[in-house]
Write a protein that binds this ligand. Structure first.
Ligand code: AMP
Ligand code: GLY
Length: 425
């Protein structure tokens, strides 16, 4: 099987790493990739968000499967263009990707499907925003109603900050979704769907804020771990039954079946499971830890989903160890990140057998690996215990440096210390 993976980041590096372990996958290509991916497989410098360019490359390479990593190509209709030409694609149509592309649409689908989520008001002007903020009270949750890679959300106790975020979205020509605050720890559950059948992967937890202690602005994600030792028995089954399956069924009923990865961003609240958001793709940096533990060959799994042939009783095989990843970001992330800083220590960091590095924003300049984006790379480690995985990941992080590199020091710490609890009503 020949596979083309579209996207430039750490998630795509993790997907490629898993595909490389699948003996049925004979050839892997990446577009556009990054410096780390280019060291593993051939990369092609196309604009992966351009449907025509993606179709031309898939045709040239005569691939058997295209895996779409990020949301941007989905929303640009790349999967539709590839499907029209007969390529099996893992990644939803433009219409189905609206589950991620519009928070208002996602809320509407959840309402039709009876999926539990935060109560929300849509606001398109200052008066509506003021009224919604006042009715929910603090903490305030204000979300840009468009694609913002997780960065368009402000959660704050400060009314003026909340209102200012809404006003900046209106000024940019968009609307906002204002929500009730969900208490309780967050869970990212990835669900593979072929349009009808749902298959959950191992749950993970992501760390969205830039600074330790969940302080500072939201980012794409600064680290993750899996599995979650504090999760109650039956949680995943519950999410499939109450969230994923009803959503997949509702999308099929609307004539826009969801084929790909339904990322369920959840809160385990005092009043039960609530959906925070859906994404239409693998999460980053959760994929790096989830796929590090997957022993089931990934290529066959994604191809079965792409073809609408996912068996309902597909049993996945997992490495029993825990996995932790720590993202190192460049100076000034999540604002305009500084680029072009030479990275040192990569080989030393990845020397232990249980540690590897998934590249995200890296580039190769005159044989040197340099920073080329906000989140630069993730150090991924497996360990017999969560604590051992965590320590191995941070030992790797210590080896790596560049000017202005920033990372969180508390990834997976609360779970190791048994400090995560689901609030009681
Ligand atoms: P989103 O882009 O909707 O995933 O939001 C990004 C992050 O903001 C989430 O991962 C949460 O940490 C936080 N967040 C979003 N919605 C809520 C909510 N209703 N209550 C509490 N925190 C939220
Ligand atoms: N890690 C969060 C996301 O991928 O959206």
């Amino acid at each position: 099987m020949k596979v083309l993976v579209l996207g430039p980041g750490g998630r795509e590096h993790a997907i490629i790493r898993a595909l490389l372990r699948d003996s049925a996958v004979t050839e892997i290509h990446s577009a556009p990739g990054n410096a780390g991916i280019a060291a593993d497989v051939p990369v092609h410098a196309i604009d992966a968000n351009d449907p025509r360019a993606a179709v031309a490359l898939a045709t040239d390479l005569a691939v058997d499967l295209v895996v779409i990593g990020p949301e941007a190509p989905l929303v640009a209709g790349v999967s539709d263009a590839l499907r029209e030409q007969g390529f099996p694609v893992f990644g939803p149509s433009k219409a189905a990707a609206l589950l991620e592309g519009s928070k208002a649409f996602a809320k509407e689908v959840m309402a039709s499907a009876g999926v539990p989520t935060a109560m929300a008001h849509i606001a398109t002007n200052r008066a509506e925003a003021e009224s919604a903020l006042t009715s929910f009270g603090a903490p305030y949750v204000v979300k840009d109603d468009g694609l913002a890679a997780g960065k368009g959300v402000v959660v704050t106790d400060d009314y003026d900050t909340a209102l200012a975020h809404a006003e900046s979205c209106f000024a940019a020509g968009g609307g906002v979704v204002i929500e009730e605050f969900l208490d309780g720890p967050e869970v990212s559950l990835f669900v593979i769907s072929d349009g009808a059948t749902c298959l959950p992967l191992s749950p993970a937890q992501d760390f969205k804020r830039i600074f330790d202690g969940d302080r500072g602005p939201n980012t794409g994600g600064m680290g993750a771990y899996t599995p979650l030792p504090w999760l109650p028995e039956g949680f995943v089954e519950d999410v499939i039954e109450r969230v994923a399956q009803p959503t997949v069924d509702e999308m099929a009923r609307r004539g826009t079946p969801f084929v790909g990865l339904l990322y369920c961003g959840l809160a385990a609240t005092s009043r039960g499971i609530r959906v925070i958001e859906f994404n239409a793709r693998f999460g980053d940096p959760e994929t790096q830890v989830v796929l590090a533990r997957l022993r089931t060959p990934l290529g066959a799994l994604l191809l079965a989903a792409a073809k609408g042939e996912l068996p309902a009783d597909f049993a996945l095989d997992w490495d029993p160890r825990s996995a932790v990843d720590v993202v190192i970001a460049s100076q000034n992330y999540p604002d305009t990140p500084r680029k072009g800083d030479p990275i040192s220590g990569l080989a030393r960091a990845a020397a232990p057998e249980n540690v590897h590095i998934d590249h995200a924003g890296t580039a190769s300049v005159n044989g040197e690996t340099v920073t080329a984006g906000g989140r630069v790379l993730a150090v991924v480690a497996l360990g017999e215990t969560l604590d051992q995985a965590r320590q191995a990941a941070y030992a790797g992080v210590q080896e790596i440096s560049w000017e202005g590199a920033q990372y969180r020091t508390d990834i997976a710490l609360a779970a190791v210390k048994n400090r995560i609890t689901i609030p009681t009503p």
